[in-house]
Design a protein around this ligand. Structure first.
Ligand SMILES: [Zn+2]
Ligand SMILES: [Zn+2]
Length: 336
C-alpha cells in the first residue's frame, strides 16, 4: 500500500510499504477513511524537529476508519464498525497510570508518531485505542475526534458558568475547536484574539462575538471595555501567551494554558496571581474524554467539520503539510 512515511531529518516520503497484518490477539485492522494533518505533523517535519517522532513510521494520528479484521481477544469492536482512534497508548502499570493519570504515563507512545498511523489505507491498532462511532456521523466530523477529545478534556477543567465572558487567544485548529465548544454552552461574550486575517475571518464565521487583531487594537483596553472587569476565563491556545492571559483575566478568574511551545519563557507578574487569586490550569491531551467526544460528535451539536478547509488524496500529503505551514488551511484531511 501507499503510505506517508517519516524518514527523519524533516523528510516525508509517499511510498509503497507492505500491508499491515494483525500479529497480536488484541489488535484490529482498520481501513482508514480520513486522516487529519495536525500541527504536530508539521513540527515533526521541521529541521531541527519541533516534536520527536520515530523515523520509518507512517505518520497521521488523527483518523477515522472501519474495522475490517480483528484479533481473537477483541470484544469491544466488530468487523464493519466505524471507529475513531485515541492514538495515545498508555501502559496501564506505571506509577502514573496506577494513580489514574494515564496522560502522564511514563511509557507513553503514540500511533502516527512513534508507531504506524493513519496516512495509509490500512492501519493496525490495539483495540484499547478504538472507540465505535455511529456511521450516521459525517466522516469529516468523525475525523476531528482526537483534537476534540483534547479540547473536551480542557473544557471540563475550566468549569464554564452560564454568562461567563471568555477570551480565546489564537484561532488555529485547536483555538477554533474551543470556540465551537464554548459557543455550544450558553456563555457570555466569546472574544477571540487573532492577528491573521484568514483565521480571524473563520473565527467570526464560526460565531465569535468579537475578533480582535492585537496588531491593530490595544487588547487590554478593548477587553476591559467589552467585559467591564476582565474575562472570566482566558484560554491560551498558542502556548506562549501566559503574560497576556494574566493581563486580561478578571480577579479570581481562570487562565487555561493549552497550546504548547517548549521554548516560550514569558515574563509574568507572579504577584497578580497571588493578589487576585487567579486560577492557573494546564491541560494535556485527553483524560478519559473519548466517550464524551463520541457523544458530542454523534449529537451534531458542535459542527466541527466546519473547520475542514481541504480534502486531499494521500499523494498530496506533502502539499497539505505546505498549506499548513503557510497558515492557509485550518483542518486538512487526507483521504488514503
Ligand atoms: Zn494532533
Ligand atoms: Zn503508564
Amino acid at each position: 500500500m501507499l503510505a506517508g512515511v517519516f524518514e527523519g531529518e524533516g523528510k516525508l516520503s509517499i511510498k509503497e510499504v507492505p500491508d499491515p497484518k494483525i500479529t497480536k490477539p488484541d489488535e484490529v485492522l482498520v481501513k482508514v477513511e480520513l486522516a487529519g494533518i495536525c500541527g504536530t505533523d508539521v513540527h515533526i517535519l521541521e529541521v531541527p524537529p519541533g516534536h520527536p517522532a520515530t523515523a520509518g513510521t507512517i505518520l497521521g494520528h488523527e483518523y477515522v476508519g472501519t474495522v475490517i479484521d480483528k484479533g481473537v481477544d477483541v470484544k469491544t469492536v466488530n468487523i464493519g464498525d466505524r471507529v475513531v482512534v485515541d492514538p495515545n497508548l498508555t501502559c496501564g502499570i506505571c506509577r502514573y497510570c496506577r494513580r489514574g493519570l494515564p496522560n502522564m504515563c511514563e511509557n507513553f507512545t503514540t500511533l502516527g508518531i512513534y508507531l504506524n498511523g493513519g496516512f495509509a489505507p490500512y492501519n493496525v491498532a490495539p483495540a484499547k485505542a478504538l472507540y465505535k462511532i455511529s456511521k450516521d456521523v459525517p466522516l469529516e466530523r468523525s475525523a476531528l475526534a482526537e483534537p476534540l477529545s483534547c479540547v473536551a478534556n480542557a473544557i471540563r477543567k475550566i468549569n464554564l458558568q452560564v454568562g461567563d465572558n471568555v477570551v480565546l487567544i489564537g484561532a488555529g485548529p485547536m483555538g477554533l475547536l474551543f470556540l465551537l465548544m464554548i459557543k455550544a454552552q450558553g456563555v457570555g461574550k466569546t472574544i477571540v484574539i487573532e492577528p491573521t486575517p484568514f483565521r480571524a475571518k473563520i473565527a467570526k464565521d464560526l460565531g465569535a462575538d468579537i475578533v480582535l487583531n492585537p496588531k491593530e487594537v490595544k487588547i487590554k483596553e478593548a477587553i476591559m471595555d467589552l467585559t467591564e472587569l476582565g474575562a472570566d476565563i482566558v484560554i491560551d491556545a498558542v502556548g506562549s501567551q501566559f503574560a497576556t492571559a494574566l493581563d486580561l483575566v478578571k480577579r479570581n478568574g481562570t487562565v487555561l494554558l493549552f497550546g504548547m511551545n517548549e521554548n516560550a519563557l514569558p515574563q509574568i507578574k507572579q504577584f497578580s496571581i497571588t493578589r487576585y487569586e487567579l486560577k492557573i490550569l494546564g491541560s494535556y491531551i485527553s483524560w478519559f474524554s473519548f466517550p464524551q467526544t463520541v457523544a458530542i460528535l454523534e449529537s451534531g451539536n458542535v459542527p466541527v467539520e466546519k473547520l475542514v478547509t481541504h480534502k486531499l488524496p494521500l499523494e498530496k500529503l506533502q502539499e497539505g503539510i505546505e498549506i499548513m505551514k503557510r497558515g492557509e488551511g485550518i483542518k486538512i484531511l487526507i483521504n488514503p
